[in-house]
Design a protein around this ligand. Structure first.
Ligand SMILES: C[S@@+](CC[C@H](N)C(=O)[O-])C[C@H]1O[C@@H](n2cnc3c(N)ncnc32)[C@H](O)[C@@H]1O
Length: 219
């Protein structure tokens, strides 16, 4: 997967457990304006007018156990609101991959998180998730959490099928998948058709208000 190697940050696949004080560059208004501009240019490919609020970002990782997780994969990281919350909680033994397709967003991620240990930022399309994870040395059932910021239900069907095929292959049996949404509950049946256990957490403090699907037991 050539794209997946285009930007790689200070990455360690293993290391001694240590308390991390990871430098995270705060989000800037210019990041938000870039996001808005991308939305007007690309619409549903970006799937949102504004980056997730910190309330949405925290909700999306509220089911993650950062002390036991050893591999976390973020899909559609954008300008990094969820990435930031993950990095702040990341254990030094945990491998973290953040995927984003848009090169300008990848550059923002690179600027904000370039000093973060045990993290890789990959410019890649989730349609190639299987080969991306394989290239990164992730074993089948080696991912504890997939945290998705994608407009998953509206991805092209072939991309969505390839992505969920890879999620099924790499997610631990007790692992979870979360997905933010700005259309509360609308896609509940969609996620229930893919996972055995799905719950929905409403998030009012977001622009616009939305929520998170928390999913376990991929079918
Ligand atoms: C709704 S935005 C969410 C961004 C960020 N996670 C947040 O919460 O603000 C969706 C993101 O997914 C990215 N994206 C859309 N389709 C993608 C694909 N096929 N592969 C990788 N990233 C994709 C978009 O570029 C965009 O940054």
């Amino acid at each position: 997967m050539k794209e997946s190697n285009s930007i790689v940050n200070n990455y360690r696949s293993s290391g001694k457990p240590q308390a991390q004080a990871l430098p995270v560059e705060p989000a800037k208004i210019t990041h938000n304006l870039l996001f808005l501009q991308k939305f007007f240019r690309h619409g549903t490919r970006i799937a949102s007018v504004w980056p997730s609020s910190r309330f949405m970002a925290r909700a999306s990782i509220s089911h993650a156990d950062f002390s036991s997780a050893r591999c976390i994969v973020e899909l559609g990281a954008g300008t990094g609101p969820i990435t930031s919350e993950i990095v702040k909680r990341l254990d030094a033994r945990t491998q973290f991959l953040a995927l984003e397709r848009d090169p300008d967003f990848v550059q923002v991620l690179h600027n904000r998180f370039s000093a973060s240990a045990n993290m890789r930022i990959l410019q890649a399309d989730v349609g190639h998730l299987d080969s991306i994870l394989s290239d990164q040395g992730i074993a089948p059932h080696g991912v504890d959490c997939f945290v998705s910021g994608l407009g998953t239900a509206s991805l092209p069907e072939s991309v969505r099928n390839a992505m969920f095929g890879a999620v099924k292959k790499y997610l631990r049996p007790d692992g979870f998948f979360s997905n933010i949404t700005e259309v509360p509950l609308y896609y509940l049946n969609f996620y229930k058709s893919i996972f055995e256990h799905v719950s929905f957490q409403f998030v009012a403090l977001n622009m616009p208000p939305g929520g998170v699907y928390h999913c376990r037991g991929i079918r």
